[in-house]
Design a protein around this ligand. Sequence first.
Ligand code: CO
Length: 484
Amino acid sequence: MTAISDTPQRSYRTVNWGRGYSTLSEEHNYAIDEVEGSIPCELQGTLFRNGPGRFDRGGVSYQHPFDGDGMICAISFDQGKAHFKNRFVRTAEYLQEEKEDRILHKNVFATLKPGGFWNNAFDFSFKNVANTNVVYHGGKLWALWEAAPPYQLTPDTLETLGIDELGGILAKGLPFSAHPKLNPVTGELMNFGVRAGLQTTVRFYRVQPNGQVVVDGTHTFPGFAFVHDFVYTENYWIIFQNPMTLDPLPFVLGLKAAGECLKFADNQPTRILLIPRSGGEMITLEADPFFVFHHINAFEEQGKVIVDSIRYEEYLTTQEGRDFRETDFSVLPTGKMWRFEIDPKARRLSSRVLVERSSEFPQVNPSVVGRPHRYAYVAAIDAPQGNAPLQAILKMDFQEEVQQVYSFAPDGFVSEPVFIPRPSSQKEDDGWLITLVYRAEEHRTEVVILDARDLDQGPIARLKLKHHVPFGLHGTFTPHVFAR
Ligand code: CO
């Protein structure tokens, strides 16, 4: 293992970035009283965020940040004031490990149980980390993880109530992904679940505003698929089948975790699957191999289907022999904003890159999900080329094809920017972007509010938390004010 040397050209120090992956074991509940700037009074509601909060157990470090135990943060805004609360999702596995203070379970990405082969071979169970997203819908708050049913929590106290099988629909069936999307037209929460082996089965769900779950079809197609996200339009459910293969032997023998047995198959195409929502045959289009974790949005226009996504030229694997806090970004593939234009009738596909700067965690105004959008917001790197940790927020205007970037480098590291529309706003970008910025020098996190119309003016408010919040994954906003 070699240490990475920090060059002066870099926008960050690796050691500073790595500290953002420190465990936060304390659970807090307080009014945020250190505020620079002012919180808009019209901003009313609760931002829920999920992400790994613990990266070690009994003095043993986890091998991958995505194996970290899910911790929910609730930041509520009410009449110009804000409140912070965080609690771990008390999954069955978390409670057992908490009691014994040692790693008892195998994890999906890289962390095995101690004891090597004899303790890991032929163990196909996983710890449900419940760490990827959190959404409030139909009166329920769910912590989501793509390989299992959601955990339900109380929205005001963040107390864990237990696994929610959605009225029995998920029992022994397919999971419920961490990327549901609220349909702005019907008020339904659209989602999918996927199970992959030699062939892949995908199921689509609609959760009505009253919480009733409707299964919208189950489809099976050949080959293994690693599908993290989906998009939908008026007429189609859309998923991208990344060209991945799973080498099962080291997993079965307990030598490697499932995530480490995945390989990018650069001799296979990436398949774009359009599944008609009203029934009918699946449309499959093939492209040169690439990998997508997250889509920005999709819509239909003049008979064409447009999908905007963050595309990598290959899968991001862990760097063998290197602690994840010392990741060498210079060798990682970059995530770029691409547009895919599909003609479903002619079965034609064209695509082009729209933003060269490496970015992740795309968001749009929730009122345009599944419909034409003009803007997208992403967490991006400080420099226009290369790869690095996410330190900036980028706004893309697809109509003018111009970008705006606000950077928190060198000391700040950003998370997903959640877009919150201003109440009764008419313009698509009239609202706020809220992101959590980790300040490495102080080892503290700030909740930063930007005016989405103009990122150049900088934050309109910085809410300083009393502690750090580890780098998180996804979150959602609800206009309900909880956790006061
Ligand atoms: Co995701």
